[in-house]
Design a protein around this ligand. Sequence first.
Ligand code: NA7
Length: 539
Amino acid sequence: GTTRHEEDIDALVVGAGFGGIYQVYSLLQLGLSVKAIDFASDVGGTWYWNRYPGAMSDTESYVYRFTWDKEDLQTSPWSHHYMRQPDVLAYLEHVVERHNLRKHMEFNTELLSAEWSEKEKVWNIDVSTGTRYKARYLVTALGLLSRQNYPDIPGMESFKGVKCHTAAWDSSIELKDKRVGVIGCGSTGVQVITEIAKTVQHLVCFQRHPQYSVPSGDGPVSPEYRRKVNAHYDEIVRQVKESAYGFGFKESERSFDSFTPKEREEIFETLWKQGNGFRFLSGGFCDVATNKAANETACEFIRKKIGQIVKDPEKARKLQPHDYYARRPLCDGGYYEQFNRENVSIVDLKETPITCITANGIKTSDGLEHQLDVMIFATGFDAIDGNYTRVHIRGKDGKTLKDHWKGGPTSFLGTNVAYFPNLFMITGPQGPFCNIPAAIEAHVEFITETIKKAEKLSTKANPAIVEPTEKAELEWNSLCEKAVEGSLFKETASWIFGSNVPGKPYALRFYFGGLKKFRAELRRVMDEGYPGYKPFVSS
Ligand code: NA7
């Protein structure tokens, strides 16, 4: 440090995706001096990095956007029920231009460390360009999924072909007529496989756990459809905020047991035809994620569909999952259909695990060497806290976030952390499990109102400090535990609980009480004068 150029600002926002963009906009409205930094060379966050073929949103377009700019909501174009990565990126760039936010953003700028100074009551934030920001408020908009997860397979470095993680996709990679291997079949793997199957010479899908996926129901949007959405946007936005998942459809309040077997079958069939993973999970019955019989019926239904779609019984068998339908629900634009192509094969890694990567491809335990030109890692992320613990963030008493989260990440309201004054996380650990832009809006609006209140109470000599109590953090953790009680999600290994990364503590990384209740909690805290926080100013 001593050579660093220092810059005083009110607030530093880390990240320029959905969260960072709205946060910069909102803090500027308060009249604060704000800067956002991003490691990427432009805006977009998740949508900047994930440029792999087939990358798209699986929330429907009309609710995969900001709702605070009403005019833009009416006029911003979307041509299909789901937006592809270039469309989402173009939308975010458009919002940044429209509101003149770019001049408050620094790209190619990595956060190196952030340390709270108890003496100065500021965050000292060092970034890769050599600047030290001194900011009273530090807002992290790091997203949920940014730190890539690579499997630890012997021989990784010996592969002579091209290898790439989907979240670091290099657009110059040629796939046409190539022999391609895809490792992983989560949301990402399913999208990549569906997209590239038709163009590659040969595609080998390396699958450890098959997943349940339903049709997305994608297709072009007619002008009438768009007009109807526009005419009802206020209601739509209200409904999203009052739903559990925020996906723009009404979740069922009826239990599985209240229907006859014939009715259940018809409901699943209707949901299958309508499309969307979250709708399939929650649009027909309120208890597919909690009632084992309901869950098994959903599983059986999807297995039957896979069996009907996939002609080769051996491939179908490998693609049919047998665990709970309780990971993040997936949907696709014809995933299972791709396995009817002769050039697409599937390797079940539970039957024949990967033994090593060689110069020419991937070797499995049956002695086969799968010859590949390109190896695609659709192996997911060190999700949520993984984005935070890779940087040095130090709060009070020398505590780092890494120390604080040793046993698993905790927070108050998914936003604040005890010992980390004036640190605000957008979609931090134990925030709501729902449509992400909707979760982001809830968080940003809470953070903005809280900072506004802190600003009112601040004087130069005695600046306001926003810090939750340890007790509040523990109570929020208990509330999160209560909200997930009885859920089969808890019993199913996935990134949602950290079980996808070896050595990562199994922990509750989401609030499963739904967006509506989450928003109500935030509202209550604001209305009741911030119970769970220390007084903003010391007397
Ligand atoms: P996911 O959902 O974490 O999926 C990662 C996939 O990679 C999954 O199929 C994993 O199998 C597989 N994987 C991970 N490590 C290995 C190793 N070592 N060997 C073989 N296979 C492996 O990540 P996505 O990027 O697809 O999706 C993340 C989120 O992005 C998604 O939920 C949406 O919210 C958007 P496993 O199931 O662990 O056996």
